[in-house]
Ligand binder design. Structure first.
Ligand code: 9MR
Length: 581
């Protein structure tokens, strides 16, 4: 054992060309690979101006030679790099890049459908997040596990009592996905997650029609992506108080579980305070689900109608309670037990109103829903996040434009313009960006869950591409996928299970507790976050684009979450759908 250890230390020392860094890490590229006909870019760290070569790993022959580009510097660290562009080379195979002084890249492939397994794995990530389900080996492989959190005896928290549901009474609220590295289930975060997954289905139905992901429902007549969505939809439906239509904020333990397996968790679970924003997010998801599942009436009889009824009921409740906010600390002053799990507190419900109203309007064609709504297209479009969902309304209006009446054409035009303006802004000065990505141009890109920022930028760019057919948007979206899979300042591929330098220690309870070396696959790590709220040891520095540590203590840079995987699923599936052709 010891001998092997010393030998491997010796080998890694040999491979190191600069302090603590292997030579491959000097060449930053999508570690999965490239499409034959698409752009192929690597960033070579350092200032050295040399040629580079592409070598076929089978024949060992040089198949392409190129010159590195001009120096580009990170606006955060000042570190320099140069671009190696080998897009002109289009032959399928497996390759490495060699750059004098910098070294040799990781091995990568060029082939059609290069990201197919990435797309499947990212969807399967949700299967692994299922609450109230055992995951047998047939579907979960070595990450098989017992059922956790049946959630069939969930307590009504004192903040959530209603005439039909007194304090400490119990409801059944099973299924759903665990939110993230923790085991709680939050309506607000489920909102944007479900919308994003339903939207990628709506935008690319043909792609998903036959995409099999090896889940228990794979053999039924519903596309796997929608089967997975149904797991969470069924849970969401139980989160509505049947008495009045209001929706609970979350289903949670009072405090986070330890770093233990789901089946080991025994803490009581509560549903907590109904509020306007959670209810509006719920309404939007139910309305979109009613639309999507209308096409599966035969397979899922009555589901669409149930979703529509839930949406109508929720909308009515929100109308009567238009600004009931969730403030966890305030709530804890009045009610026991204190709840200290994820807050998802949002002080501005304007965007949730716009989103829910748009979904209700498209579902019912009744203009009354838009009566008091302004799309605010005079302001720049905000990127979607759990607390900012206005753009989800834009995407829905654009997606359903054929169903709009003549009067609505005017706002349709301004909504389209907003999406295109947003994407044009992203593209400004792309040529100067250190990793040749739109991601990272602005410091605010490096928020908690920055990889979801990169993914959501990708979605906006794909919308702009669909509207204009201009390839520059699609190319930039692919650039953000390259960013996530390795062409970035950290050198990591951020999707568990993929890449030569992959994330191995996400803040994810099953991955920590299961005793298996590899983390649960198909989960997107949050990514660089200079706020470093977790104060975890091991951040390399404070530079925004490098503020990442692959350690399970780092919930602020290396957690996984359903609202981050979803835009990633959208981005990778859309890229596959476009480049497969
Ligand atoms: O994604 C959320 C991020 O925007 C917030 O800044 C952060 C702190 O409130 O919380 C994040 O969400 C976490 C949630 O509260 C609990 N489950 C894990 C989520 C991802 O870290």
């Amino acid at each position: 054992m010891k001998k092997i250890y010393y030998y491997s230390v010796f080998l890694s020392l040999l491979a190191n060309c600069s302090l603590g860094q292997s030579s491959s890490e000097n060449i930053r590229l999508n570690q999965v690979g490239f499409y034959p006909a698409a752009s192929k870019i690597a960033i070579v760290v350092g200032e050295e101006n040399t040629d580079f070569v592409l070598k076929d790993t089978k024949s060992k022959k040089v198949v392409f030679t190129g010159k590195l580009g001009e120096i580009r510097k990170s606006q955060y660290s000042g570190k320099a790099g140069r671009i190696a562009d080998f897009s002109a080379f289009q032959k399928s195979g497996s390759y490495i890049l060699e750059v004098p002084k910098a070294g040799t890249s990781y091995l990568f492939e060029i082939k059609p459908e290069i990201h197919k397994n990435v797309a499947i794995a990212a969807i399967r990530g949700y299967y692994y997040q299922r609450a109230s389900a055992a995951l047998p080996e047939k579907f979960a492989g070595k990450w098989a596990r017992a059922e956790g959190h049946p959630d069939d005896k969930v307590l009504i928290h004192p903040s959530a009592v209603s005439p039909g549901r007194p304090e400490s009474s119990m409801i059944s609220s099973p299924k759903g996905w665990y939110d993230a590295g923790d085991y709680n289930k939050y309506i607000v975060n489920s909102g944007i997650t479900m919308a994003t997954l339903l939207s990628v289905y709506e935008d690319f139905p043909v792609y998903f029609k036959n995409l099999k992901t090896n889940i228990p429902e794979s053999n039924n007549a519903v596309p796997d992506l929608l089967d997975e969505v149904l797991w969470n939809l069924r849970w969401m439906m139980t989160m509505q108080d049947p008495g009045d239509g209001g929706v609970y904020h979350k289903l949670t333990n009072p405090r986070f579980d330890g770093m233990i397996m789901p089946e080991a968790c025994k803490n009581p679970r509560y549903v907590v305070q109904k509020n306007t924003i959670a209810t509006l997010d719920f309404v939007a998801v139910m309305a979109q689900s009613a639309r999507v599942f209308k096409n599966f009436e035969k397979e899922l009889p009555g589901l669409s109608d149930s979703c529509k009824a839930a949406a109508l009921k929720g909308w009515a409740w929100a109308g009567k309670n238009p600004s009931l906010e969730y403030h966890q600390n305030e709530m804890n002053k009045t009610f026991d037990p204190d709840i200290v799990t994820g807050g998802y507190e949002d002080k501005d419900g304007k965007d949730e109103w716009i989103w829910a109203a748009s979904e209700m309007y498209i579902l019912t064609k009744d203009e009354v829903y838009l009566k008091n709504i302004s799309f605010e297209t005079e302001k720049p479009m905000p990127l979607p996040s759990w607390s900012q969902v206005k753009a989800l309304a834009y995407y829905t209006i654009i997606r359903n434009e054929k169903q709009l009446g003549p009067v609505d054409q005017q706002y349709l035009r301004s909504i389209k313009k907003s999406v295109i303006d947003f994407s044009d802004d992203l593209l400004t000065s792309l040529e100067k960006q250190p990793y040749h990505t739109v991601m990272g141009k602005n410091a605010k890109d490096f928020a908690w869950g920055s990889n979801a920022v990169a993914s959501n930028q990708g979605i906006a760019l794909i919308q702009a591409y669909k509207l204009t057919k201009s390839k520059k948007y699609l190319g930039a979206a692919l650039g953000n996928l390259d960013y996530i899979l390795g062409r970035n300042a950290t050198g990591y591929s951020f999707l568990t299970g993929f890449g030569s330098k992959q994330v191995m220690h996400p803040h994810h309870r099953p991955s920590v507790a299961d005793g298996i070396v590899e983390p649960v696959p198909g989960l997107l790590s949050g990514g660089p976050n200079p706020a470093q709220q977790d104060k975890c040891a091991g951040y390399p520095n404070n530079f925004a684009d490098e503020s990442f540590v692959d350690a399970d203590c780092s919930y602020a840079s290396n957690e996984i979450a359903i609202n981050w995987n979803a835009p990633f699923v959208y981005l990778v599936a859309a890229i596959e759908a476009f480049y497969a052709k």
